[in-house]
Design a protein around this ligand. Structure first.
Ligand code: DC
Length: 229
């Protein structure tokens, strides 16, 4: 049997990375790991402790010294959702709220946080057969991944998709707030000194501004199957 692949999906915020990654993992029988959920879980932990705020950044020393007390796990629930748990409590919905989106970049730029989470991510993908999405998967977490995809789309398309998602959860967020948040997160991701968001040299770029979900999935499934052929 051919060795199962490691698939790294990186890209800008709200480009549909996790939707694609989940569908691909399901179709291939691979494990799906949402690395962004891990950064969001640490951000939520820090938010609850009062160690981070949108305006004044974060207390790096406090966060870094308690990382070993932050247990992040994923569990498949009855609806087939791979839900995120923080110290045993389900936080899948809470980590997606704007309160967390507003502070997560402050936490994601801390080198100690990144080192800690990268080690966990590498352990989860040790045996291959994994689809992981994030910002540094093809560059830092799995530089030897057999398939690397870098996803992007226009700002307006991304904000509209994200707002539609948030509207379903009745968060009452404006289009402008969503647009500004994703642009701010992209900027922070691309400009941080540790593991900035950048396409790996051997990544295939996927701009899905005008592509539907089904066509995109078929294209990536073809790439995957060709690598296994
Ligand atoms: O994928 P997401 O939007 O849920 O990720 C949340 C934040 O975490 C994002 O703004 C950047 C950060 N992140 C990161 O720095 N590295 C990753 N591998 C994944 C996410």
């Amino acid at each position: 049997m051919t060795k199962p692949l490691t698939i790294a999906i990186d890209g800008h915020s709200s480009t549909g990375k996790s939707t694609l990654a989940k569908a691909l993992a399901k179709s291939m029988g691979y494990v799906y790991v949402d690395s962004g959920a891990m950064y969001r879980a640490v951000a939520l932990y820090a938010l609850r402790k009062g160690w981070v705020s949108k305006e004044s950044g974060c207390d790096a020393a406090a966060i870094e010294s308690t990382l070993d007390q932050v247990q992040i796990t994923f569990e498949l629930d009855a609806d087939g959702v791979n839900a995120t748990f923080l110290n045993g409590q389900r936080v899948e919905e809470e980590i997606r709220e704007m309160a967390v989106s507003h502070v997560v970049s402050h936490v994601a730029k801390l080198s100690e946080v990144r080192r800690h989470l990268v080690a966990l991510q590498q352990a989860m993908g040790r045996n291959g057969g994994v689809v992981m999405d994030g910002r540094d998967i093809g560059t830092v977490v799995f530089p030897n991944a057999e398939l690397k995809i870098f996803m992007t789309a226009s700002d307006d398309v991304r904000a509209a998709r994200r707002k539609a998602e948030l509207d379903q959860k009745e968060q009452g967020v404006s289009f402008q707030e969503v647009l500004e948040n994703l642009k701010a997160r992209d900027k922070a991701d691309m400009e941080r000194s540790d593991s900035p968001l950048i396409a790996a040299e051997d990544a295939r770029t996927l701009d899905n501004s005008t592509m539907n979900r089904e066509d995109q999935f078929e294209l990536v499934l073809d790439w995957t199957k060709n690598l296994l052929a």
